[in-house]
Design a protein around this ligand. Structure first.
Ligand code: HEC
Ligand code: HEC
Ligand code: HEC
Ligand code: HEC
Ligand code: HEC
Ligand code: HEC
Ligand code: HEC
Ligand code: HEC
Ligand code: HEC
Length: 387
């Protein structure tokens, strides 16, 4: 994303490059503001507190001028607001006024925003408009307050997402649709988004607008995003995937087995993870969860000829991360998600079958023997009594 990852910390007096006519008018006012100090402080209030709130037309008298540019650090910001597009936006249609969000602005000159870098400028506007967003969108805002982006912002890293990074406050017609979400995140997480788009889930979302596959926010949430590298998140991955992968009303459409969680929990890897969650939820498991074998943002169809893990050599690489001595036939030690059958794992199947008949036969035989023996003794005793 443009200029995002390189913060410019040098303070510079800001430059204003916009249409000549208004420049003269503004020059008269601009002399009040002086050079920017890079910190957010209130400018001397030019009007009294009881002054009426400025109308949109008052703001637009200046801000509808074309090519109204402001330099912040090494970047330039367009200050021109397209009146028609604003009126067509979700906020314009609801008659939310400029001053509803820019509640700290009562005309010109404006409060002294940070102008030493793009992200510092964005952050100062974020702080200035935050309580406005919050008062109309209480639930979303309060969720965002505990999310990983807000926590990152609070550490002083202003590259993390603020409301306006995901929602254009002036022109958006609605919140991002399902299939647009990866592009919202891609503004900053471009590598992950590119990987995701190639995955079985991402390709289905983008090529077919498939409503059944997860986009970023299905797995991470939109406002209350948690850090996915925690123990809790990792231990919960089998259930995250199982939400869809055990639901036959979804999976039958794609001919995908819904037995994947059961068979996973039944094997030695899954059993230990399940027990682990119950006994020590705070400790990391060293057993594989779904993503250790299938990948996370790069999940592919298991029979994909290049990357599919139904291919033994692809799967072996995954096992070797934890079983470094594993050799070519090591994956055979594992039954994958299959229950044993005459086609898959016949040996296991017939051994199971053998026990299924052998054990009842032995026990049944013993029972028959014991019962006939008791009966015989009873009859004998009866005969003896008759004597
Ligand atoms: C007299 C012309 C004028 C009027 C009226 C005006 N602005 Fe501005 N606005 C400017 C100029 C010039 C800048 C460039 C930065 C500066 O000098 O503060 C600016 C910058 C801004 C910024 C960027 C932050 C900043 O201060 O740099 C916002 C947001 C803004 N104006 C919103 C508004 C709103 C909302 C209104 C109506 C309440 C409004 N403006 C009225 C001229 C005006
Ligand atoms: C829904 C709330 C909201 C409304 C309504 C709103 N703004 Fe903004 N405005 C913001 C936010 C938030 C930012 C910061 C954007 C960012 O950081 O990218 C902003 C930024 C700006 C900027 C700086 C340039 C930019 O786009 O970052 C100007 C100028 C501005 N607004 C003027 C206006 C004017 C004029 C109106 C009315 C026609 C208006 N705004 C209506 C929330 C709003
Ligand atoms: C990291 C990106 C991101 C940030 C930051 C963010 N949002 Fe959202 N927001 C989204 C996405 C994506 C959706 C679409 C939700 C969906 O489809 O379920 C959304 C939906 C919404 C909605 C519509 C609610 C709905 O149920 O459709 C509102 C209102 C909203 N956000 C407000 C805010 C406010 C206010 C902030 C700042 C406090 C904010 N958002 C910060 C990504 C974000
Ligand atoms: C004066 C009240 C008000 C303020 C302030 C306000 N909004 Fe809104 N916003 C609304 C209304 C009303 C709607 C349309 C109804 C709805 O969907 O909630 C809306 C819609 C939205 C949507 C689209 C929701 C959807 O369902 O598609 C988003 C996203 C959003 N606002 C974000 C913001 C952000 C971010 C801010 C702060 C920069 C903000 N709003 C400030 C009233 C407000
Ligand atoms: C404006 C840039 C920006 C946008 C847009 C954005 N993020 Fe982030 N995100 C960040 C930054 C910066 C961090 C903190 C990175 C760090 O600490 O290394 C972060 C952290 C995260 C984390 C925590 C893991 C980590 O690396 O710290 C997740 C998960 C995450 N974002 C998901 C999303 C999702 C999902 C979306 C889209 C809905 C999104 N982000 C949109 C900038 C952004
Ligand atoms: C199917 C669920 C799923 C989807 C869809 C998904 N993620 Fe993730 N994501 C995870 C899991 C699980 C992790 C934990 C780390 C791991 O196991 O690789 C993670 C980790 C992350 C991280 C932090 C760790 C890292 O690798 O840097 C970020 C940031 C992130 N995801 C962003 C996104 C974005 C952006 C999208 C959409 C383009 C997305 N995720 C889609 C499940 C998902
Ligand atoms: C929101 C529901 C949903 C979630 C959550 C989800 N998936 Fe999927 N997944 C699907 C759907 C639907 C498909 C089929 C897509 C297609 O074939 O077009 C699929 C396909 C797959 C495939 C390909 C199967 C094949 O070989 O054809 C694998 C593997 C997979 N998912 C693993 C996972 C893992 C691992 C997780 C958790 C990290 C996960 N999925 C989370 C819905 C989901
Ligand atoms: C130890 C590695 C491993 C773990 C852990 C694992 N899988 Fe698999 N999974 C595989 C392999 C290998 C296949 C391919 C089976 C085959 O066709 O031979 C597969 C196949 C699948 C398929 C495709 C089934 C079909 O009908 O085509 C899905 C969906 C799936 N796994 C989901 C999951 C989920 C969800 C989890 C976690 C609950 C999980 N897997 C855990 C290795 C693993
Ligand atoms: C994330 C690490 C991890 C991955 C990946 C992994 N395993 Fe394991 N595996 C373990 C751990 C830890 C144990 C010991 C479990 C216990 O003792 O409770 C184990 C135990 C086993 C056992 C039981 C016998 C033994 O050596 O203790 C077999 C067989 C096995 N794994 C096969 C596989 C196969 C095949 C793969 C690849 C498809 C695989 N594992 C991938 C961590 C992993």
């Amino acid at each position: 994303m443009r200029g995002l990852m390189q913060l410019n910390t040098r303070a510079r007096p800001h430059l204003l490059l916009w249409s000549v006519g208004l420049a003269l008018l503004v020059a008269a006012f601009a002399s009040f503001t002086g050079p920017s100090t890079g910190s957010v402080t209130a400018a001397p209030a030019p009007q009294t507190a009881s002054a009426p709130r400025p109308s949109d037309d008052e703001c637009l008298a200046c801000h509808s001028q074309p090519n109204m540019l402001l330099s912040v650090g090494e970047d330039k910001i367009l200050l021109t607001i397209d009146k028609a597009a604003f009126e067509e936006s979700v906020h314009g249609k609801e008659q939310v006024a400029c001053a509803d969000c820019h509640a700290d602005m009562d005309g010109f000159p404006h409060p002294d925003y940070a102008k030493d870098g793009l992200r510092e400028f964005n952050y100062s506007l974020y702080k200035a408009t935050q309580s406005a967003c919050q008062s109309c969108h209480e639930e979303e805002a309060s969720n965002a307050m505990s999310g990983v982006h807000e926590l990152t912002l609070e550490t002083g890293n202003h590259n993390a997402a603020m409301c306006a990074d995901c929602h254009n406050p002036h022109y958006a017609e609605s919140a991002a649709g399902r299939e647009e979400v990866p592009d919202v995140c891609a503004r900053c997480h471009s590598d992950i988004a590119a990987t995701y788009k190639e995955s079985v889930h991402g390709a289905a979302l983008l090529d077919e607008n498939n409503p059944d596959v997860p986009n970023c926010i299905i797995c991470h949430g939109n406002h209350n995003i948690t850090d996915p590298r925690t123990v809790e998140f990792r231990n919960n991955i089998p259930l995250l995937c199982a939400r869809c992968h055990t639901d036959a009303s979804i999976m039958d459409k794609y001919g995908i087995s819904t037995n994947v969680l059961n068979t996973y929990v039944a094997d030695y890897h899954g059993t230990t993870v399940t027990l682990f969650e119950q006994t020590s939820p705070e400790l990391p498991t060293n057993k594989p969860v779904c993503t250790d074998c299938h990948g996370t943002h790069d999940i592919s169809k298991t029979d994909n000829p290049q990357t599919g893990i139904a291919l033994k050599e692809n799967l072996l690489g995954k096992c070797q991360r934890c079983h470094p001595d594993a050799t070519a036939n090591f994956p055979d030690a594992w039954m994958s998600h299959y229950d044993a059958s005459p086609e898959k794992y016949p040996l296991v199947y017939y051994v199971n079958l053998f026990y299924k008949f052998f054990i009842p036969a032995v026990i049944g035989g013993m029972l028959v023997f014991v019962i006939t023996d008791i009966t015989r003794r009873a009859i004998n005793r009866g005969k003896g009594g008759a004597h």
